[in-house]
Design a binder for this molecule. Sequence first.
Ligand code: HEC
Length: 115
Amino acid sequence: MPTLSRRHLILTLTLGAAASMTNAEMKPADVTAARALFANNGCANCHAINGKADGPTMRDIAKRYQGKKISAELANRIRDGSTGRWGPSQSHPPQGILEPSEAKLLADWVLSGAR
Ligand code: HEC
């Protein structure tokens, strides 16, 4: 069925383009700062930006919340902990070492697509 498969291809390409679109633009300096926070605060012990790890990948988180205005909420979850959203037995421990502004930067970076 060539017609169906062509339509499928177009749908796939459209979804792919949508997935690569970012939520909000971030300044390059903020992206650098957010990546440094991610690297230097143990996040990478449990998370990959885009790859296998115990916790959800930053890109999967970005995808799930794409288009949702939850930056402040997500920043709180990063600092206060989060559980039961990605699996029944997983939990994201509180990261009180982060300043609220740092948690906000991380949340914005994730929501912008974790690039
Ligand atoms: C000990 C392991 C661990 C560490 C360290 C950790 N996380 Fe998590 N994180 C998880 C797990 C597991 C989940 C999924 C929790 C759930 O199912 O609700 C999660 C969830 C998240 C979420 C999604 C929350 C939501 O509302 O969907 C974000 C964002 C996040 N982590 C960011 C970070 C950042 C940024 C750091 C570093 C400052 C970090 N995590 C450190 C294990 C960890």
